[in-house]
Design a protein around this ligand. Structure first.
Ligand code: HSE
Length: 297
């Protein structure tokens, strides 16, 4: 039996659409072992698929198929701290757990790079899967099936405020509202800021995050799918966030907060949430970076 622990992730960080992502210290675990049938449960009572449609199982089976091994069944016990369909990488966490767990059960036939590439292939884009596996701040690019991912640990000067609503938003729906093509000027706007984002993390220039996380490729189209998002973004800014973005495809809104301002930020933002009808559906959670990524415990 193996136990895999995988962090939550926040993809895009505004400008880095389908490219940048961070890992956050909020973890799912999966205990996995080969079994004579499919036996899947959640030890924390979360409602999860318990058939062969289960994402951890499907991802594990992909490893067995890739390695030419037969899989009769699997026993999986999940814990699910990462809220589902909230833009915090719950699907990627399941995929990473399935691939890493199966690889461990088979005696590690796949290298870390092969694990990453299979996880990205199963997910469809790299910006959640890569930080879920590697931890930290990760920039990734796909070249066909090859995934180039570069990780930088995040400084302890930063923490994160996640405004998590009580309603889900499926990534499929959030991608469906994006236009087929964008203006050249909008593409240039994002290239400049995504490059600045990578530089800001490398140089710990967190004062640049507000500019670096601006985006014209996806957030303007997605904000209207998230009831109360405009008020939450304004609240986060006025409470002293260094920068604010939609987490992944949404609906969570993520604020980068300097640790020295964190107590004041969380206190002010929490008060504003409680006072507003539009924002009452959002729960504010304080999260730190996960630097380690997915691990077999
Ligand atoms: N980059 C992806 C998106 C992340 O924004 O659609 C969600 O999986």
């Amino acid at each position: 039996m193996v136990t895999v622990r995988v962090p939550a992730t926040s993809a895009n960080l505004g400008s880095g659409f389908d490219s940048c992502g961070i890992a956050l210290a909020l973890h799912n675990t999966a205990r996995m072992e080969e079994w004579d049938r499919i036996d899947i449960s959640a030890s924390d009572g979360t409602c999860i698929p318990t058939t062969e449609q289960n994402l951890i199982f499907r991802s594990a089976r992909a490893v067995y198929e890739l390695c030419g091994k037969k899989l009769c069944g699997m026993r999986i016990v999940q814990t699910n701290a990462i809220p589902m369909a909230r833009g915090l990488g719950s699907s990627s966490a399941c995929i990473a757990a399935g691939v890493i767990g199966a690889n461990a059960l088979l005696g590690e036939p796949l290298s870390r790079q092969e694990v990453l590439e299979l996880a990205v292939q199963l997910e469809g884009h790299p910006d959640n899967a890569a930080p879920a596996i590697l931890g930290g701040f990760v920039v990734s690019a796909c070249q066909g099936r090859q995934v180039i991912a570069v990780k930088k640990e995040m400084g302890s000067e930063l923490c994160w405020g996640a405004f998590i609503p009580d309603f889900p938003l499926l990534t499929k729906k959030a991608r469906a509202v994006l236009p087929e093509s964008v203006a050249h000027a909008d593409a240039v706007f994002n290239v400049q800021r995504a490059a600045l984002l990578a530089a800001a993390f490398c140089e710990k220039r967190y004062d640049l995050l507000e500019t670096a996380m601006q985006d014209k490729l996806h957030q303007p189209y997605r904000m209207r799918l998230i009831a109360g998002a405009d008020e939450v973004v304004q609240t986060a800014r006025e409470s002293g966030a260094a920068a604010v973005c939609i987490s992944g495809a949404g609906p969570t809104i993520l604020a980068a907060v300097m640790r020295e301002n964190a107590d004041a930020f969380f206190c002010a933002a929490q008060q504003r949430l409680a006072q507003s009808r539009a924002m009452r559906r959002f729960e504010l959670r304080r999260l730190s970076a996960d630097q380690q990524g997915a691990v077999v415990l």
